[in-house]
Design a protein around this ligand. Structure first.
Ligand code: PLP
Length: 469
């Protein structure tokens, strides 16, 4: 392909992109393809000769698009959203075009310095305490792994990096409701999932800090070394908010690293009236949230903040000769602030998003989502056949269909069926969790362009489908 053709197809594809986003509501939210259907339609071998972009793009439309689940559909209420927005997409186009690998300052000074400034902007927007330094990671899973590895190195005097484990028995703590990425990180960090303590939660699904204190003290009595507590600010199941202040006090007393996982909910901290969700973050050693979930910045983009920057760098520092530069002492070389050497230019899309929306524009959108969730919660609570299953601190509504006189077994079966039928309709996409053994439907109202009509339609559908299960 030459530049002339690139220009032609780029223009066509931009038109396609705008049409796609304008008409996305005509598509089924969740793909209706069956397992194996797509691979069966793909040639077994790569083409020997060049194919035209017309052919490739036609195949994209006929083979790939129907196999996509449309995360930017306003009736996407599943998981947590992976929001995008026009300014974010525009920035990604530029990023892909420049194709820079931003591992060190010299490989793109603007990327490094924009990243530094964006992390400062976000810290100000969320009123993070003084002393935090931020870095962009790919995902919250990676950031949590960084936190646990840094905690491990700090506690071992950076010895595990040198000598491997020499008999230390570390323990990590999180609540029963925390995300699976914590367990994954504990496994990868060599701590062992047997040494992850899942602390019980209260009636709001938040960690019981007194149980945490008891468990840490028991572990210490047994000669184990408490390493890190991962507190959730917004659990995946129901966006429960762990009490950071008492947890932080326990960590301070016991000299344990506190990592706050606010992957989804953290975005809400830019709202003054929701900043309480981070009360106590000043006691934490590290904090993560994903602009790629609820801050209109397309996947992937994770903001990770640490207090002890030097411990983070010491944990990951590797300086082969070929990466040494004259500026090393004056700049941030982000290669040593996380796991991969190679780094995409993610700060650009944050810059576009924050400037294009403005902080007020971001707040308006978030408030709208929270108000819609409040409306939806009201409908659930006022209907005799539906029941709210968890508090709604932000915009995730956990509920089930529970007609009067039905048993838990019936309810669980009906709700699983209801969810499948709603999703198969293509009109909306919801996912579930289990809370106290109850099959729970989660409705997350946070998609970039979701509006009142989408939740009204969803509620109509839920009511009419529930009558048929
Ligand atoms: N933590 C929480 C609370 C989450 O809800 C999620 C994903 O939904 C994650 C961590 C993992 O996020 P990521 O996909 O960025 O690793």
């Amino acid at each position: 392909m030459d530049s002339k053709q690139f220009r032609k197809y780029a223009h066509e594809m931009v038109d396609w992109m705008a049409d796609y986003l304008e008409n996305i509501e005509d598509l089924p939210v969740r793909s209706i393809k069956k397992p194996g259907e797509i691979i069966a339609a793909l040639p077994q071998n790569p083409p020997q000769q060049s194919e035209s972009m017309d052919t490739i793009f036609a195949d994209f439309n006929s083979l790939i698009l129907p196999g996509m689940t449309h995360w930017q559909h306003p009736s996407f209420f599943a998981y947590f959203p992976a929001n995008s927005s026009y300014p974010s997409v525009l920035a990604e186009m530029l990023t892909a075009t420049m194709g820079a690998q931003c591992m060190i300052w010299q490989t793109s000074p603007a990327a490094a310095e924009l990243e530094e400034r964006m992390m400062e902007w976000i810290a100000e927007m969320q009123q993070l305490p003084e002393g935090y330094t931020g870095v962009i990671q790919d995902t919250a899973s990676t950031a949590t792994l960084c936190a646990i590895l840094t905690a491990r190195e700090k506690v071992s005097g950076f010895d595990v990096n040198e000598n491997g484990f020499t008999g230390q028995k570390y323990v990590v703590y999180c609540s029963e409701q925390t995300h699976s990425s914590i367990e994954k990180a504990v496994k990868i960090a060599g701590i062992g999932s047997q040494n992850l303590r899942k602390i019980p939660v209260d009636e709001a699904f938040a960690m019981r800090s007194e149980s945490l204190a008891e468990t840490i003290s028991k572990d210490k009595q047994n000669g184990l070394i408490p390493l890190c507590v991962v507190a959730a600010c917004g659990t995946t199941g129901s966006t429960a908010i762990d009490p950071l202040e008492p947890i932080g006090e326990i960590c301070k007393k016991e000299n344990v690293w506190l990592h706050v996982d606010a992957a989804y909910a953290g975005t809400a901290a830019i709202l003054p009236e929701k900043r309480w969700i981070l009360n106590g973050v000043e006691l934490a050693d590290s904090y993560v949230f994903n602009p790629h979930k609820w801050m209109f910045t397309n996947f992937d983009c994770t903001a990770y903040y640490v207090k002890d920057k030097s411990a983070l760098l010491r944990t990951f520092e590797i300086l082969p000769e070929y990466l040494k530069t004259r500026e090393d002492n004056q700049v941030n070389n982000y290669r040593d602030w996380g796991i991969p050497l190679g780094r995409r230019f993610r700060a650009l899309k944050l810059w576009f998003v924050i400037r294009s929306f403005g902080v007020d524009g971001l707040r308006t959108k978030l408030r709208n989502h929270i108000e819609l969730a409040d409306q939806f919660r009201n409908w659930i609570e006022s209907h005799p056949n539906f029941q709210l299953l968890a508090p709604v601190p932000l915009n995730t509504v956990c509920f089930h269909y529970a007609p009067v006189g039905s048993t838990l077994e019936e309810q669980n079966q009906w709700n699983a069926q209801l969810l499948e039928e709603l999703n198969s309709s293509g009109k909306m996409y919801l996912t579930h969790t289990k809370l106290n053994g109850v099959y729970t439907i989660r409705m997350v109202i946070g998609q970039t362009s979701v509006d009142k009509k989408h939740i009204e339609e969803a509620w109509q559908l839920i009511q009419s489908f529930s009558g048929k299960v």
